[in-house]
Write a protein that binds this ligand. Structure first.
Ligand code: ADP
Ligand code: MG
Length: 234
């Protein structure tokens, strides 16, 4: 395994990442030489206009796609040449993902939506249920445990989605405009819960947002400029 020296190990590190999409005969180059590193406990905002590559960057960091060039290290381990199975295992145990739309399974209750990823990762039904209950209480939606996603408000759905993302105690949380569908007050509340969770667990978090108030509450902000990640001062 290609591990970095102790002390300098980052939870996430992107080096020289390039990603292009085929657009007819031409390449649409979205990321070109993107560099980014996140330490444990660090909360970083990704603020950039639509279409600049935020989702692409998050999908690459989440090992949902592979870069054309460059390397993505998770906890110091290079991921490019890993098999799909190993990438899936790494994702399952180390990375949590939150989308703009909750992506919860509609036929299952909030509690079951939190139990499933844990059971897929090998936990018993009993332990998965206990942790799911704890997490829902932590997110202050314990009273909604038996409800299906359609019976929850937008803010509640996102709380469940966040709880699900951290159900397997990942080291890295990636969120793609997690409060983008919510009204400002709900957005602020949901973000506060997310913030507390990240601070208390020492997660590294990369959160795409268009909301400058939320970005200012994070440790630093980055943006995308011609396919590169650069510091941003909202
Ligand atoms: P953002 O999340 O910042 O809005 P995206 O990463 O979704 O940006 O998209 C960046 C650019 O890449 C856009 O021009 C988009 O149309 C294009 N793109 C994204 N995904 C694909 C894909 N699977 N195939 C082709 N083009 C894509
Ligand atoms: Mg996007």
């Amino acid at each position: 395994m290609n591990r970095a020296a102790p002390g300098e190990e980052k939870v996430l590190r992107l080096t020289g990442v390039r990603r292009a999409y085929k657009e007819g005969k031409r390449d649409l180059v979205v990321l070109d030489g993107a560099e980014l590193a996140l330490s444990a406990g660090e909360m970083v905002a990704l603020v950039a206009p639509s279409g600049t590559g935020k989702s692409t960057l998050l999908h690459l960091a989440g090992l949902l796609e592979r870069p054309d060039k460059g390397e993505i290290y998770v906890d110091g381990t290079a991921t490019n040449t890993m098999s799909d199975n190993r990438r899936t295992a790494l994702r399952r145990h180390h990375i949590g993902f939150v989308y703009q739309f909750h992506h919860l399974l509609p036929e299952f209750s909030a509690l079951e939506n939190l139990m499933l990823p844990q059971m897929i990762a090998g936990l018993s039904r009993k332990l998965a249920r206990e942790r799911a209950r704890e997490l829902l209480d932590y997110m202050r939606i314990g009273n909604r445990a038996g409800h299906r996603p359609a019976e929850l408000s937008g803010g509640e759905q996102q709380r469940v989605a966040i709880a699900r993302a951290v159900a397997n105690s990942p080291r890295l949380l990636l969120a793609d405009e997690p409060t983008g569908n919510l009204d400002p007050a709900t957005s602020s509340h949901v973000f506060s819960t997310l913030e507390t969770l990240v601070r208390e667990t020492g997660l590294a978090a990369l959160i795409a947002t268009h909301n400058h108030d939320l970005a200012r509450r994070m440790d630093r902000s980055v943006t995308l400029d011609n396919g590169q990640v650069v510091a941003y001062y909202p």
